[in-house]
Design a protein around this ligand. Structure first.
Ligand code: SF4
Length: 215
């Protein structure tokens, strides 16, 4: 894409992002639009108080903008990857539910401001619903869909079918074909479906970024 066309795309993303942020705010979310990943990192770091203990759910986005590396350097963290045993890992995941700031992205966001997330273990969705003082959710504009139905479709057919490849090989149909076939296998990574239609506890802060991030 040449520079002139890149500016045209950015102009549309800026307009669209502001519209979606306004819709998120109507549902009680604290929401901000930033144009790119550099601005997203700066905004996220401003939103995390220095004395917060930070944990996170699986997210390519928070890694892609450099936030994961920055919080590991600057904050006290609960990092399940440091666990030496499965029991310790499970305990760290439980502790993460009571952290000060929990970082994640969203599998999809509907244009009218609803979050859609699918989880295998459920720890990411659990933290989103209740527990951390603050959930800081960073999402690229590629996660926004026309309506709630298309957000659910995106979460299932795009996010989950790509995410499953991180755990390959699994016996799920998506792992072998790239398609979601609505499986009911013990190895399914789609056990919890959470639609957040309002931010009733006031703990969720959304930073919507005007470029594609994650999947
Ligand atoms: S096939 Fe099963 S594991 Fe794969 S995306 Fe669909 S429901 Fe999830």
């Amino acid at each position: 894409m040449n520079e002139a066309m890149r500016k045209v795309v950015q102009k549309r993303n800026d307009l669209y992002g502001a519209t979606v942020v306004a819709n998120l705010q109507k549902r009680g979310f604290t929401a901000y639009y930033v144009p790119d990943k550099e601005a997203a990192l700066a905004k996220a770091l401003k939103l995390i108080p220095a004395d917060h203990t930070v944990a996170w759910g699986g997210s390519v986005t928070i890694d892609e903008i450099g936030l994961l590396a920055a919080v590991k350097e600057k904050y006290r963290t609960i990092d399940r990857e440091k666990a030496q045993t499965p029991e310790e890992r499970a305990e760290l995941m439980r502790r993460a539910l009571l952290c000060d700031t929990f970082l994640m992205s969203s599998n999809a966001i509907s244009e009218d401001g609803q979050l859609v997330n699918i989880d295998g273990n459920g720890n990411r969705c659990a933290a989103l619903i209740y527990g951390p003082r603050q959930v800081l959710l960073i999402a690229g504009i590629n996660k926004v869909t026309k309506d709630l139905d298309s957000a659910i479709k995106r979460a299932r057919q795009v996010a989950a079918t790509i995410n499953v490849q991180r755990f390959a090989p699994l016996p799920t149909p998506c792992c072998k074909t790239g398609l979601c076939m609505n499986c009911n296998l013990p190895e399914s990574i789609c056990n919890q479906f959470v639609i957040t239609r309002r931010n009733n506890h006031g703990h969720i802060v959304v930073v919507l970024v005007g470029e594609d991030l994650g999947f």
